[in-house]
Design a protein around this ligand. Structure first.
Ligand code: G6P
Ligand code: MG
Length: 216
């Protein structure tokens, strides 16, 4: 249920910046090397999921079973390809309305945290010039349980000093919405309502909230 927002916790990939397509391209390159198909619709299953778990899902799609040494090597190989894209991104890739909405929340005194599974989140926020807008950053380096486990959002709320009941989570992944609900937080889904059925409300992007604020 949507309640009064005292703190906002944002996922990164697919909410603030469109890095989901770079994750997709890097995983696809790996699938291509092993000669199996990997579609954008398959990629939906990887959204919000940790790197290691994403690799397991990818291998499941390809019908492959590999030893843990090979899996570690492949995960780091995928990350190197992903970083080739990330090193080139800049503020032009911030999703529409995201920077404006973050600034407007700050102006209203609402505390802001990042709650992302990505270990690359600090680098991405730096490259986009958005790091100073966040009071707290919880990324994949700080948590041991991947979404849909609520750990990432609980830790963000803890670092903000905010009860779960005052937090609203902005998420584009089904696993992320589930994590936020399990944490007892309000949820705003970003994307397609048919993929985010459990969210309290679903919008196409943060630009819609900026437009609503403009109306008053
Ligand atoms: C986000 C993305 C996932 C990605 C995960 C780990 O949650 O939605 O697609 O696998 O972060 O990202 P990383 O940058 O650490 O590989
Ligand atoms: Mg996401």
């Amino acid at each position: 249920m949507i309640r009064e927002m005292r703190a906002a916790i944002f996922d990164l990939d697919g909410v603030i910046v469109d890095t989901a397509r770079y994750h997709y391209l890097a995983w696809k390159r790996l699938a291509d090397q092993y000669g199996f198909g990997f579609t954008e619709s398959d990629n939906e299953r990887l959204k919000g999921v940790s790197r290691v778990r994403s690799l397991e899902i990818l291998l499941e799609i390809g019908g492959l079973s590999l030893d843990s040494e090979t899996k570690t090597r492949l995960a780091s190989c995928k990350n190197e390809w992903y970083l080739e894209y990330i090193h080139k991104i800049d503020a032009s890739e911030i999703l529409p309305g995201a920077a404006k909405y973050l600034r407007s929340l700050r102006a209203r005194g609402i505390r802001i945290a990042l709650g992302s599974a990505s270990k690359n989140a600090p680098l991405i926020l730096e490259r986009l010039g958005l790091a100073p807008l966040f009071d707290v950053i919880v990324d994949g380096n700080k948590v041991s349980q991947a979404k849909p486990d609520p750990e990432v959002f609980q830790r963000a709320a803890g670092e903000l000093g905010m009860p779960a009941s005052g937090c609203i989570v902005f998420e584009d992944a089904e696993a992320g919405i589930e994590a936020a609900l399990r944490a007892g937080m309000g949820t705003v889904g970003i994307g397609n309502p048919s993929q985010l059925k459990n969210a309290d409300m679903v919008i196409a992007g943060l630009y819609q909230l900026v437009a609503l604020e403009a109306i008053g």
